[in-house]
Write a protein that binds this ligand. Structure first.
Ligand code: BDR
Ligand code: CA
Length: 311
């Protein structure tokens, strides 16, 4: 019998985070060792409550750790206008009795990296604040991580929160700078890859008609976001964190990866939070990112459909 891969997810649910988590819950090749939560899409009180609620709906027992409630240095605007004021579409869902662990998320990341040293798959679906803090507490963290997948950035500066920057990086550029400078090779799923892997709304609607508690809950919490997206972006919906999770869980579906040096812009008047890729390798930096350019669309969609259908 082959053993499962330990999986630790740092997240800020968030509608697309929730879909990514459902995909992870449905993957038998990985065992979820924890969910560390950060502020991002909405405030920490909501992202923690949403994580616990999703675990209750999915009947998953993973420990949930609350982390940072703001970026390291500068306050940032959240994404409630996309995800709803509570981050889950303002459905007024019944709060869960489940409780968060006492340990801080940054400490949990360090502890779990020791417990699963050399095997841990770390996936970051939100701003990188918790992971930057963990790195400051223990700079040896990268040595114990087998793979680190990050959803973030816009590798040719086609941003979604500003002209040049993507939300997760722009929310806490200093944290992102610390993280990208410390890890030797981050597997990056950026916003531009997400735009290239849209999901037809009519197909998503069909998956959400599955007779399962997960599909029913996801249908309700994502309704507002999907309507917002349909109005602005047309016939396809873009689920950033779900694409990152597809690559993390099933890297065999990844069709094209490009390795390059990447730095985070901290000072730019128009470009703070931009992920600057040295495409021509002009400055001698190490290739610290493996950028996912293309993923099998069919496999991506199958993973989502299967995750929603679980009864
Ligand atoms: C990212 O920002 C958040 O709004 C989403 O959850 C995703 O992680 C996309 O830019
Ligand atoms: Ca997210």
């Amino acid at each position: 019998m082959t053993s499962t891969i330990p999986l630790l997810i740092d997240t800020d649910p968030g509608v697309d985070d929730a879909l990514a988590l459902l995909m992870a819950f449905n993957d038998a090749r990985h065992s979820l060792v924890g969910l560390t939560v950060t502020a991002g899409n909405v405030g920490l009180q909501y992202t923690v409550a949403n994580t616990l609620k999703l675990c209750e709906i999915a009947r998953v027992q993973a420990p949930v750790f609350a982390g940072c409630d703001s970026p390291l240095l500068h306050p940032a605007r959240d994404a409630a206008y996309v995800h709803g004021r509570d981050g889950f579409g303002d459905t007024g869902y019944e709060p869960t009795d489940r409780r968060v662990e006492d340990e801080h998320a940054a400490l949990a990341i360090i502890r779990l990296s020791h417990e699963h040293a050399g095997r841990l798959l770390l996936v970051a679906l939100g701003p990188l604040t918790n992971i930057a803090l963990a790195l400051k507490l223990d700079p040896t963290l990268p040595q114990r991580i087998a793979r680190f997948v990050v959803m973030g950035g816009a590798v040719s500066a086609h941003g979604n929160i500003t002209a040049a920057a993507e939300f997760n990086i722009a929310f806490d550029p200093e944290a992102a700078h610390i993280v990208f400078a410390a890890f030797p090779k981050i597997e990056l799923v950026d916003w531009e890859a997400v735009l290239a892997h849209g999901l037809l709304h009519e197909r998503v609607d069909a998956w959400l008609r599955a007779d399962s508690p997960r599909a029913r809950f996801y249908d309700s919490i994502s309704r507002q976001t999907r309507a917002w997206s349909a109005e602005r972006r047309g016939e396809k919906w873009h689920s950033a964190d779900a694409l990152a999770m597809a690559h993390a869980l099933v890297p065999a579906g990844t069709l094209k990866v490009v390795e390059r040096p990447l730095a985070v812009e901290l000072d730019g008047r128009h470009t703070r939070g931009a992920t600057v890729v040295d495409w021509q390798r002009q400055h001698g930096g190490a290739d610290n990112v493996a950028i996912v350019m293309r993923y099998e669309q069919r496999r991506f969609e199958q993973l989502i459909e299967a995750a929603l259908a679980v009864v």
